[in-house]
Design a protein around this ligand. Structure first.
Ligand SMILES: Nc1ncnc2c1ncn2[C@@H]1O[C@H](COP(=O)(O)OP(=O)(O)O)[C@@H](O)[C@H]1O
Ligand SMILES: [Mg+2]
Length: 511
């Protein structure tokens, strides 16, 4: 790809004069922060987007790609960040979508579809059961189907857009073994990621994008993690979270036998008990959808518990409203910042101080109040390095990272005693992530109790003082000292392959 420039209809320049090349049998990473233009560049190579400028050469010949179909015909396949499988269909039916084999030129030939699936699965040594329904499969398996789908269509170049974002350590390990195996069979793999460690593990070369521009191509073995992140972000980044051992005090949050049943009367959270203390970060690890979301919603008042109790600073909070719980000095960084975090149409200033209008400090005389609030939001914009023109700007004009900083600034600055941080750094840039993590540790050091839910295993492992794993709505493991936990072992608990005895987890209640 030579001199690729892509401008979206809204005026965003997603790629600017980018050169990119990949050789046969190579695993090549495309790296960059969120919004750097990685997916766009690869969508252009897959014919999904057309560039304003630039040329594409394939096996020495100049080609144009006006649709994914044309790309597939050349042997270019792509597995997207969000899978495009039909959940209600079987694996074999999904495999042949669009290229269905027909019996007597008329009826769908299921047996043939199964045979085709088995053949490609065998050829590339990717085990899959053709007859199971897709919706019952784990994420790792779904991804495997997407890869096989591309291979069945004759892909020689396989583009994977952030394939490990959704995988457990075990699934990632398996994927990497499969990719290396595919590479050994002569396939070319382009791997989009922003995870430094895994890039170092399996890629031969890497191309770094920043703000739509290429920061060059490098041999993976010749470039350090520090150097890669500096090129991605444009400045030196502190990769590790700096923190001293925790010094926990009294219990702030106590969860007692808490359960939540869904509409089918199935327990989504099942008899959960644990406590969180002052000056402690308790991390909850787990594959998404194992009850973490419902737990957070019960603690923050968004859902009512079916059974059990929540205590905040000794006071029962089980039946309180969202506001009632906030009044107990609880802050919440919600998982979905656009739905629960901000009023998108509001200004930055309004969002920053929306919880303060009725505080006495801002309530003496109207004019005084307005001035103080303006001053307070300007302070917060400064303190939390929110990149904006002014506090009167609408919040939805900001980038994801900066919107999250608005939420975090409001939630962290209200002197909380308890913070529920649900995926606090998901989908935001490295710079903002670094900032939010540092703030969490600072607040912990000041005595705040922090419950951290994150699907990012590195994040929970680095930030947490103690750690629990949720599986199937239950506590599958509890570690008093998170620094002693092994990542692979954690993965076993996350996948439900292992579960601690109840008496081993007594530490969770301080027993
Ligand atoms: N369909 C689209 N329309 C308008 N802007 C888009 C579209 N897709 C992506 N963008 C913007 O283009 C930029 C690059 O996006 P993307 O290629 O998805 O980055 P990455 O994959 O590196 O996170 C971002 O600013 C993003 O908001
Ligand atoms: Mg992307």
């Amino acid at each position: 790809m030579k001199g690729i420039t892509k401008v979206y209809p809204n005026g965003i320049v997603a790629n600017k004069d980018v050169d990119f090349s990949v050789g046969k049998g190579e695993i090549h990473a495309i790296m960059g922060e969120n919004g750097a233009g990685k997916s766009t560049l690869m969508k252009i190579l897959f014919g999904m987007e057309q560039p304003e400028e630039g040329e594409i050469y394939y096996k020495g010949e100049k080609i144009t790609l006006n649709s994914p179909r044309e790309a597939i015909n050349y042997g270019i396949g792509m597995v997207h960040q969000h899978f495009m499988l039909v959940p209600s269909l079987t694996v074999a039916e999904n495999m042949v979508l669009g290229i269905e084999p027909k019996k007597n030129n008329a009826f769908f030939d299921f047996d043939k579809a199964v045979a085709m699936t088995e053949e490609v699965s065998k050829k590339y040594n990717l085990a899959i059961d053709p007859k199971t329904t897709v919706e019952n499969l784990a994420v790792g398996k779904k991804q495997k189907i997407e890869i096989l789908k591309a291979l069945l269509r004759g892909a020689e170049i396989l583009i994977l857009d952030e394939p490990t974002a959704v995988l457990t350590p075990q699934e990632t390990k398996e994927l990497f073994e499969e990719l290396i195996n595919l590479k050994n069979q002569g396939l070319t793999i382009i791997f989009i990621s922003h995870k430094l460690k895994e890039i170092k593990q399996i890629t031969d070369r890497l191309t770094i994008l920043r703000n739509g521009r290429s920061m060059g191509v490098h041999d993976t073995k010749d470039i350090s993690e520090q150097e890669i992140s500096r090129l991605m972000v444009g400045r030196d980044v502190i990769l590790e979270v700096n923190k001293t051992a925790a010094n926990p005090g009294d219990t702030v949050l106590k969860i007692e036998n808490l359960s939540f049943y869904d509409m089918a009367n199935k327990p989504v959270v099942n008899k959960l008990s644990f406590r969180l203390r002052e000056g402690e970060i308790l991390g909850i690890a787990g594959v998404e959808g194992n009850g973490q979301g419902e737990l957070v919603e019960m603690i923050t008042g968004l859902k009512k518990a079916t059974n059990g109790k929540v205590f905040i600073n000794g006071q029962e909070a089980t039946k309180l409203t969202v506001k009632g719980i906030r009044n107990l000095k609880t802050s919440h960084i919600p998982e979905d910042r656009m739905v629960y975090g901000v009023a998108a149409e509001g200004t930055i200033g309004e969002n920053l101080i929306s919880d303060r209008y009725d505080l006495p400090a801002y309530n003496t005389g109207l004019l005084q109040k307005v001035n103080d609030l303006v001053q307070k939001s300007n302070e917060l914009i400064q303190d939390f390095s929110i990149k904006c023109d002014s506090q009167t700007q609408q919040v939805n004009m900001l980038s994801g990272g900066n919107i999250q900083k608005v939420v975090v600034a409001r939630e962290f600055s209200s002197e909380p005693e308890l913070i529920i941080a649900d995926q606090p750094t998901r989908g935001i840039d490295v710079g903002s992530t670094e900032f939010i993590r540092r703030k969490l540790v600072e607040l912990r050091d000041e005595g705040t109790a922090i419950l951290l839910v994150s699907a990012d295993l590195n994040e929970v492992m680095e930030l947490s003082d103690s750690l629990m794993v949720m599986y199937n709505g239950e506590m599958a493991a509890y570690f008093e000292d998170a620094s002693k936990v092994d990542e692979m072992e954690l993965g076993m608990y996350m996948l439900g392959l292992k579960k601690m005895e109840v008496k081993e987890m007594g530490g969770a209640m301080g027993e």
